[in-house]
Design a binder for this molecule. Structure first.
Ligand code: ATP
Length: 512
């Protein structure tokens, strides 16, 4: 399936099977705002739990908090968001479409990279076993020319961003001959900066109201609580504070379903460390977070690191874990070495000391911070889009199956009576009653069993369990596996153990 078609299929499947709905759909929706439906809410919760268990429960030096969305407005002065949380925007005068100038340049650069990869793949095919990829990449004229173009773009993009050179930004877009994907024209406006924070007001009357922002990231709720948590939890450095929660950004361009939303959820962890150890912890968290992703089995080839050339004002190292979404490799998670920037800024703006007394060194210092920050919605999209497959079956038919990692699946099993009579529904309902203490279970009795299997395959349910007439005689049922379609006969009393073996968090996290 072409990538565009695949993405459309993902979006329509998410709606059809109760995963994601457009917000306020009956009023024609709200741009880049989405609601999670009955299955989506479960999948999202399971992803959040999987992250929380790995980060908080399995680390005795990481604790979790739940800070408010509203924060004192000075927080955002101190963090730099009021002055610097901007994106460069540019409009195409013909299509009237608005773009992020940096994304236009990055997409252009990515296309050149794809051309190189195509050349390499072609050569590989042509030369077979004798092919030396490194040699080809370092000697082939076309590849070298394109690589130089990529490097030149990167240098200039970094420069215009670092120097906030908006004229230079526009010139770069013109020099590269970038056209608007909609109108195909190069008729661009100047580049302008645009602040991404949503403002709101707190207070009963217009005169006394206080200007507030909806938080654009969850991280600051952790920084301002650093000392409270450290003291009350008697935490010793190194230690981490984790939280999950909503964040809000007035994104300029938000056209990629739940990849870029205006209201989204983050799962962040700030790890407080001794200054000077940041390189070591940066490598540790890069490695640990990638292992977490890989434990879900979405395919190792679908991840890559992208180290930042342009560092944010607070960082001394940063990388993204990129995932191969239906529209290509894009950021899924950020890992940032944030130095002591945030704590120092909050010390300065609040006038309160935010230092740690190290008993071993008998000295106080402002800790350095390593951050891991992942978008829950992007993780949802990664899991969902990767799991959706069309399979060709031996009988020439196709089947749509949502191969969600079983640990994340909204319902773990569906129980069917073969027919709606002869006491079979009663037995099936009793199985539901017994299993629902441990798992999310579905009961279905409509349509043929074959149709029910297909519906559950497409909804992502890992097991289907059918009660038939033999069940009444020997207390056994048929259990069918979503991915292999294998069916076997098992005792009712063994169902819990069989299901648990595949859906248990431990089984999955042990792979890390
Ligand atoms: P991008 O470059 O894609 O705008 P970012 O670098 O601004 O992302 P961070 O500020 O590092 O993102 O946020 C951490 C994580 O939060 C990202 O890796 C992403 O998964 C998620 N995220 C950020 N913005 C959005 C959004 N508008 N919608 C959904 N998830 C988002």
């Amino acid at each position: 399936m072409a990538n565009d078609d695949k993405f459309k299929k993902v979006i329509s499947h998410a709606k059809e099977y109760g995963y994601v709905f457009q917000s306020s759909e009956i009023y024609d929706g709200l741009s880049a705002v989405y609601d999670y439906a009955q299955n989506g809410a479960e999948l999202k919760k399971n992803i959040r739990d999987y992250w929380w268990k790995a980060m908080v429960q399995m680390h005795d030096n990481i604790v979790g908090i739940d800070a408010a969305i509203f924060m004192h407005p000075t927080t955002w002065k101190a963090s730099g968001h009021v002055d610097a949380f901007n994106d460069p925007l540019i409009d195409n005068k013909d299509s009237k479409k608005r773009y992020r100038a940096d994304v236009l340049v990055e997409d252009f650069r990515e296309k050149i990279l794809q051309k190189i990869n195509k050349d390499v793949a072609k050569a590989k095919k042509r030369f077979g076993d004798a092919f030396d990829e490194n040699e080809f990449r370092s000697t082939n004229g076309n590849v070298l020319r394109r690589q130089k173009q990529i490097d030149d773009i990167t240098v200039e993009l970094t420069r215009v961003q670092e120097e906030s050179d908006l004229e230079g930004f526009k010139q770069l877009i013109l020099d590269l001959g970038i056209v608007c994907p909609v109108s195909g024209s190069k008729n661009w406006t100047d580049v302008k900066q645009f602040n991404l924070m949503f403002g709101t007001k707190l207070g009963a009357s217009a005169e006394s109201a206080m200007d507030l922002y909806l938080r654009p990231e969850t991280a600051q709720g952790i920084f301002v609580n650093f000392l409270n948590v450290q003291k009350t939890g008697r935490m010793k450095i190194p230690f981490g504070i984790a939280q999950t929660g909503k964040a809000f950004r007035n994104e300029i361009v938000a056209r990629q379903f739940i990849f870029r939303m205006r209201e989204f959820e983050q799962m962040e962890m700030q790890f407080f460390i001794k200054p000077g150890t940041q390189k070591e912890w940066f490598d540790y968290w890069k490695d640990t977070r990638l292992k977490w992703h890989k434990s879900l089995g979405l395919g190792e080839e679908n991840y890559r690191f992208h180290d930042h050339e342009k560092l944010a004002h607070y960082a001394d190292a940063a990388t993204d874990i990129e995932f191969n979404f239906p529209f290509g490799f894009k950021e899924l998670e950020g890992i940032h070495s944030r130095t002591d920037f945030d704590l120092k800024q909050h010390e300065e703006f609040s006038g309160k000391k935010l230092q740690y007394f190290d008993h071993e060194d008998n000295a106080s210092y402002t800790p350095y911070v390593l951050e891991t920050s992942i978008g829950l919605d992007r993780m949802f999209l990664a899991v969902f889009s990767n799991s959706l497959v069309e399979e060709n079956l031996e009988d020439g038919k196709t089947r749509t199956v949502l191969k969600l990692p079983a640990v994340l699946a909204p319902a773990k099993a569906a129980i069917f009576p073969l027919v709606k009579k002869d006491g079979l529904p009663e037995v099936a309902k009793q199985i539901v009653e017994d299993l629902k203490w441990d798992f999310n279970i579905i009961y279905e009795e409509k349509d043929t069993v074959g149709k029910r299997y297909r519906r559950q395959d497409a909804a992502g349910t890992p097991f289907c369990i059918t009660v038939d007439h033999d069940t009444l005689k020997d207390n056994t049922v048929t259990i069918r596996h979503r991915d292999t379609m294998d069916q076997r006969r098992v005792r009712i009393e063994d169902l819990k153990t069989i299901i648990k073996a595949e859906v248990d968090v431990k089984h999955w996290l042990m792979k890390m």
